[in-house]
Design a protein around this ligand. Structure first.
Ligand code: UDP
Length: 246
């Protein structure tokens, strides 16, 4: 597949629409070409600058979609118009497509009650859904190989991993060695939203690109994460844009 990308602070971000992203994934499933999709936000770019492992994962991902409005802004400052593609929406649409083709899906992550409710709710929303495997995200590293083996045996076409970044991306890299044909996407807190545990930001916040603000108001413990990374990210992207534009 020929990707059209643009760099944000040294990391490729795919330039595509929501529909093109879905189409590409379905094409890859059909061609048995596994992929790792990263739904990137400013925190993750900052993290990649501090972690070689995560930086390499981000650089080697098969698709990097701008989950955060900060990434969309960084591209805009460089004169690139790119829509925001929230990972939660992309994952939801991929589930809908997998239902149509009866592709098996696996879900890993979140607390036990959250994953249970997520599975129940997805089954009632998508009556034909084929969930081949699911597991909560609180397991010890000694159990990891066993979990990956069970996951691989269930032969899912699509695997949604909700362990938060970078844990989910690192876990995905390990899985891919045994499951080269599957599509993996790290979905952060999506199961918390789908299960009803956490409320999704109202449309107003989403349209304004301020979902992060709503989540911070609802979960004030997130402030620490944001203030540690966002100002530095913004500073760097402004400098990057000034260099490129000047
Ligand atoms: N989580 C998990 N195992 C862990 C750590 C986190 O399953 O060891 C889950 C957590 O329960 C939550 C998700 O990972 O459902 C992370 O959500 P967060 O809101 O931090 O992700 P974001 O959307 O910000 O990437």
């Amino acid at each position: 597949m020929k990707r059209k990308t643009h760099k944000v602070l040294g990391y490729d971000v795919d330039l595509l629409t929501f529909d093109e992203a879905v189409k590409q994934v379905l094409e890859n499933i059909k061609n048995k070409q596994g992929m790792q999709i990263v739904t990137v936000n400013p925190e993750m770019i900052e993290l990649a600058d501090k972690s070689k492992v995560f930086s390499s994962i981000l650089k080697n991902a098969d698709m990097v979609v701008p989950d955060g409005s900060g990434i969309k802004l960084a591209l805009k400052l460089q004169g690139i118009k790119q829509e925001q593609i929230p990972g939660i929406d992309l994952a939801h649409e991929l589930i809908a497509s997998c239902e149509i083709f009866n592709y098996p899906i696996a879900l890993i992550g979140a607390k036990e009650n959250v994953i249970q409710t997520t599975v129940k709710r997805l089954k009632s929303e998508f009556q034909g859904i084929n969930i081949s495997y699911y597991k909560n995200g609180y397991f010890s590293s000694s159990k990891e190989d066993e979990i990956i083996d069970s996951l691989a045996e269930s032969e899912p076409k699509l695997v949604l991993v909700a362990l938060g970044a970078p844990k989910q991306e690192i876990f995905i890299t390990k899985c891919r060695k045994k499951m080269p044909e599957s599509i993996f996407i790290g979905v952060g807190g999506s199961f918390d939203v789908w299960s009803g545990e956490v409320e999704r930001a109202p449309e107003f916040f989403r349209i304004m690109g301020c979902e992060w603000l709503y989540r911070t108001i609802k979960q004030p413990e997130r402030i620490k994460r944001i203030y540690k990374t966002l100002p530095m990210f913004l500073f760097k992207v402004i400098i990057e844009a000034a260099r490129k534009n000047g």
